[in-house]
Each structure stands twice: as C-alpha cells, then as structure tokens.
Design a protein around this ligand. Structure first.
Ligand SMILES: *Cc1c(COP(=O)(O)O)cnc(C)c1O
Length: 456
C-alpha cells in the first residue's frame, strides 16, 4: 500500500490528468445529486477485503460519482454563497496534500505556517485593526465563530462575578445560522433583535436597555454581520462598536461572506467601524477564491484567544519549549491537528498579487449591479431591495412559493443553472423571493439574462 510500483505511477498520472482537465474546463454541466440507493446500484461494493483497484475505483468516480455533485464554481451557480477558487490555489491544494504538513505547531509546520501568516497579515491589514491583531485559518466560518465566542466567554468569565453565570449574546435575525448553532455549542443564550435589515447602534442600545438586571449581568458579547448571507447587508459596525466599548461588551463581526469585499474600494466605507471589533470571521473559501475548506478568525488581542484555546498535554509540552518557538495556530482556535489550509490562498495571492483580488471582488459587486438593472428593465421581475455587495433579491411578479421551487428544480434538472429561492422578512411575514449571489468573475451578463428570461 505504501510501496511505489507501476500501478501507483499510473494512478498518479490519471489523477494529474483528471485535475488538469477539471481546472482547465471552460464548459461544464451542473451535476445533481442522486439518492444513495441509486448511487449504490450504479457503483456496487467498493470497499472489499481485496480492494477493487485504483483504476476501477477511479472509473466509478469519473463516470458516476463526480456527476452527482454540483460544481460550486459553475458560472451559473448563483445559489447560497458560491465559490470560485483560482486555479493557482487549487493546484497548490494538491501540494498542501502531498506535503503532509502538520499545521498545529511551528516546530513541525514552520514553512507552511509562515506562508499562512503572510496571507493572514494581508487579510488583517484589510480590517484596519490596530497593531498586534492577528488571526488563524480555520475549517470555515462556523469554526471561526465558535472560536471567537469561546474566547469572548472565557475572557468574560475571568471576572469572578460571572463564574457561575450562563452567558448571553445579542445579534439580529439577519445573523447567520451558525451563530445560533455555535451559541448552543458554547452553551450561551442568544437574543435576536428583530430586523433582517441593517442592525443599527440605536436598536442595539434599545435592546440592552430593556434587559432585566440579571440578563444585563449575563450579557458579554454582541455579534454584528459584515454582509448578511441572505442579502449582503452590513450592520452599523461603527455604531455597534461604540456601544460595545461603552457597555464593556465583546464585539464580534461575522464577515464570513462579506469580508472579501474589504478589498473593494467601492464598498469599503460600508465596513467602517470593523476596526473596533474584538474578533472578526472571514471565509477565504467564499470571496477570497480559496478552495474548501478555509475560514479565518482574527482577534484584536490574540493573547485572549490563546488563554481560551491553548491545549495542555504531556506529549504536547515539547511544542512549548524554547527552540520550538514560533506561532502555533492550534493555540487560537478549537482544532489541534490541522491542515495548513491557508497555503493555497498564500500561493494564489503571491502568484497574482492583491490587485487581481480587488478586481475579481469588484466584478462580483458589478455583476450584482448589472443584474439589478436587468431586473428593473424586465416587466416580469422586480427588485425586492437594491443589490447589496454581491447579493440580489428579486421577485417574479405573480409567483407563489411553489412556482419558485419548480423553476429551481427545472433549471437544475436541465443542468443549466442553480438559483434557489429564499425568504425576505416583510412587515406581514416572510415573502418567498429569488436570490442571486455573485462570486465567480466568469459569470457573464448573458448568463444573468438567460436565467431571468427562463422565468417569463
Ligand atoms: C457562510 C457563513 C458562515 C458559515 O461559514 P462556513 O464556512 O459555512 O462554516 C457564517 N457566517 C456567515 C455570515 C456566512 O455567510
């Protein structure tokens, strides 16, 4: 299994050829899932005591299994938050795998962690956080949010007055589901300000003023969103940051999706106040064109994260010795053994330069504006709200929720596009609408027009 023989050489060539074909393909279909039983019927038993052989297993992958996946980088995949990793980043992901680097401690991962830190320095510079701020790459926004919430809670609990208390966080209903999910993991309660639109400082202050004395005692953090996943809305970061300073609360900004837009001059002002944050989440696997999975958590004071996350253990002690000294990513988030998942981003940034990142993100914002104009011009569709960052919410006049659903499945079935419905909160409840989220700079005006025309 670990020997080098002719089968291994052939398999390696097959994998390289497949990879080259995949990253250089300019036209592809949007695949779709099949039921597990259908896939089983197609491929049969693959895990056997003798093995089915690499050539055969690879054939099954190519012929059946890869086709039951949706390529997230398809230019007409505009659902959820798509992704569009650069080819340079994808190729370096192969190198990351081939290099077997343990990315927890500098002692073992120095060269790789150095590269990650170069990329991280650039990300931190976009935030405007003061000197000393730094971060680490995580498996995604969920892990980044959890790492930040735990850091905030441990910092709060340093004060004996709060030792026995269950913590409380305030955010808005525009916040991503992972905030609520990770609050559960950290066993803290969460209060939602009832707005899916911009959360303003004044609304936050009102919410704080209405708390009971005990609730106020338990409140330790506020989570604002820097680009809501549903609509691209950026909360009033400056106003919220000021209140957090005044009320002595941890200020976390979840910019998992929107954080990439910090590089875009056209919208950077919308993030003013982010430099007041105690912690920030940004997902390079969303709008920084990195392959899965790559999130990031950044702290104004990384020492607080270290206090919360550094792991102790007799067999880990050597990593803390002089001589092994350097930056240990494990100390700043929930994971011990980790892939150096920031490495593909580093290579792509080094290859292309940061100006290209700026252009590619600006293109996503421009595509949202183009879609907005097309929607205004066509009588059968209308905007629900003006495009924000790269998100566009729009309705097909006269459609009911089922019409959106059928249209989504029909486009997906044809392998033409993946655009899914969402809900938008109005005064009378939730309206089902259609949504675009642009990430891929290869999406064209023609793609958008064709999708809108398929709604006539
Ligand atoms: C996507 C997203 C998350 C979750 O990130 P994962 O990488 O999917 O774990 C969290 N917050 C926001 C605002 C997001 O858009």
């Amino acid at each position: 299994m670990h020997k080098i023989d002719i089968d291994l050489v052939e398999m390696t060539m097959d994998v390289m050829k497949y990879t080259i074909d995949r990253v250089s393909a300019t036209k592809s279909k949007i695949g779709k899932p099949k039921k597990s039983e259908e896939l089983k019927a197609l491929v049969g038993e693959t895990i056997t005591s003798e093995g089915v052989g690499g050539e055969y297993a690879f054939k099954l992958w190519r012929k059946h299994l890869s086709k039951a996946t949706v390529p997230i980088d398809h230019p007409r995949h505009l659902a959820f938050v798509p992704a569009a990793p650069t080819r340079a980043a994808i190729m370096f992901d192969l190198i990351t795998s081939a290099s077997s680097i343990h990315g927890a401690y500098w002692m073992e991962g120095a060269g790789g962690i150095f590269c990650e830190n170069e990329a991280m320095s650039w990300i931190v510079s976009l935030t405007g956080l003061p000197k000393g701020a730094f971060g680490v790459f995580t498996s995604g926004g969920t892990a980044a949010n959890l790492s930040a919430i735990v850091t905030a809670r441990e910092f709060w609990r340093e004060d004996d007055a709060f030792k026995g208390e269950k913590g409380l966080i305030i955010t808005s209903i525009g916040a991503h589901s992972s905030i609520k999910a990770m609050a559960k993991v950290a066993d803290v309660d969460i209060l939602l300000v009832d707005t899916e639109d911009v959360l303003y400082g004044a609304a936050l202050q009102e919410c704080i003023d209405l708390l009971t004395a005990h609730q106020r005692k338990r409140l330790f953090a506020v989570v604002a969103t820097g680009g809501t996943t549903n609509a691209g809305i950026i909360d009033d970061l400056d106003g919220i940051g000021a209140i957090c300073e005044k009320e002595n609360l941890w200020f976390h900004v979840d910019a998992a999706y929107g954080g990439g837009a910090l590089v875009a001059d056209s919208v950077r002002h919308l993030f003013n106040g982010i430099e007041r944050a105690d912690s920030i989440t940004i997902d390079p696997h969303k709008w920084m064109f990195s392959p899965y999975d790559c999130g990031a958590v950044i702290y104004k004071n990384p020492e607080l994260a270290k206090k919360a996350h550094s792991q102790e253990g007799s067999y880990l002690e050597i990593f803390k010795d002089e001589g092994a000294h350097g930056f240990n990513p494990t100390d700043y988030q929930i994971q011990l053994t980790r892939r150096v998942r920031g490495l593909p981003l580093w290579f792509s940034l080094a290859t292309h330069g940061t100006d290209k990142y700026k252009e590619a993100v600006e293109r996503g914002i421009e595509l949202a504006q183009i879609a907005g104009k097309l929607i205004k011009d066509k009588p059968h569709v209308e905007l629900v709200r003006d495009p924000s960052l790269s998100c566009v919410l729009y309705r097909r006049v006269g459609w009911k929720p089922d019409d959106y659903r059928h249209w989504t499945y029909e486009n997906h079935r044809k392998g033409f596009a993946l655009v899914t419905p969402t809900k938008w909160k109005t005064r009378d409840g939730f309206e089902t609408v259609s949504r675009f989220c642009f990430i891929n700079p290869d999406t064209t005006e023609k793609d958008i027009e064709a999708i809108l025309d398929s709604m006539v």
